[in-house]
Ligand binder design. Structure first.
Ligand SMILES: Nc1ncnc2c1ncn2[C@@H]1O[C@H](COP(=O)(O)OP(=O)(O)OP(=O)(O)O)[C@@H](O)[C@H]1O
Ligand SMILES: [Mg+2]
Length: 255
């Protein structure tokens, strides 16, 4: 139980809940989610972050530490990362090998509580949308099911270069099999690539082929605190009574 007043009084009606997923592991989900969390927290929002499930760790994961630090969240670590497993495998497999059962109930409870305590929620997935988390009877429960259950519009983080069209379109078609909103795509340059002609043509092509907007691009930078997302579009509206449109240099108006 988190003991503090629910939400800030700054923006009592605003909510912006997003899930940050990726076309793969290591594409920069934490970087993008952390950047967004920092951006909103600097603007006075009380930001809630979550990495519900992590593997390959002995305790609350590094991603959760980064997310927490990025928005100076006071929420407890066992809320931010309630489920973690030691083996570096998909959660379903790691849990089986470790003879553990992933408690989905705790994820929903903690998500609900964090949602009521914060103005915004940004949730990082694990790997991509088709990563299996647990078995529910005969059904497999994937990251996509988690996003659906949390009712979170998805931001897809993707590599910018060759190969990304395939990964992005597959991710989008998987998401579209379910009733989940796609907020848009953020390209992230995790490597310094000098010669890849596809980087220039990919954004427009992917928008045309999929109808999903490219929201922004994070350039390569060795130093984390110097990494920036160059927003090309608004990153989503604040769903409130009066539809507050939030417009700063770094965040273009809602399109
Ligand atoms: N724009 C960038 N410039 C340079 N390095 C980056 C950039 N974005 C991410 N990285 C580095 O790439 C690595 C992967 O990024 P990150 O951890 O955000 O990926 P992820 O998708 O969250 O991975 P995981 O699936 O493990 O959660 C990290 O070491 C991070 O510091
Ligand atoms: Mg991560």
């Amino acid at each position: 139980m988190i003991r503090r007043p629910p939400r800030s009084t700054l923006f009592p009606y605003t909510t912006l809940f997003r899930s940050v997923t990726g076309t793969d592991t290591g594409v920069g989900k934490t970087e993008v989610a952390g950047y967004m969390a920092r951006m909103y927290s600097e603007d006075g929002f009380r930001v809630g972050v979550m990495k519900p499930v992590a593997t390959g760790v002995d305790g609350p994961c590094n991603d959760a530490q980064i997310l927490k630090g990025s928005c100076a969240s006071e929420d407890p670590m066992d809320y931010i990362n309630p489920v973690f497993l030691r083996m570096p495998l998909a959660p379903l497999v790691a849990a089986k090998k470790e003879h553990k059962k992933i408690d989905l109930g705790i994820i929903w409870d903690r998500f609900r509580e964090l949602s009521t305590c914060n103005d915004l929620m940004i949730v990082e997935g694990i790997g991509g949308v088709m990563v299996p988390i647990a078995k529910k009877g005969k059904r497999t429960f994937y990251v996509l099911d988690m996003i659906l259950r949390m009712k979170l519009p998805v931001i897809i983080v993707a590599r910018p270069g060759l190969g990304t069209i395939n990964h992005i379109l597959l991710t989008i078609s998987a998401i579209r099999t379910r009733e989940t909103e796609i907020a848009g795509i953020v390209f992230n340059h995790t490597r310094r690539i000098e010669r890849d002609a596809s980087i220039k043509t990919n954004p427009a092509l992917i928008e045309r082929l999929s109808g999903v907007k490219v929201l922004g691009i994070m350039e390569y930078n060795r130093e984390r605190n110097k990494r920036r997302i160059r927003w090309l579009r608004g990153i989503g509206h604040y769903e409130d009574k009066g539809k507050i449109s939030y417009n700063r240099d770094r965040k273009p108006a809602v399109s």
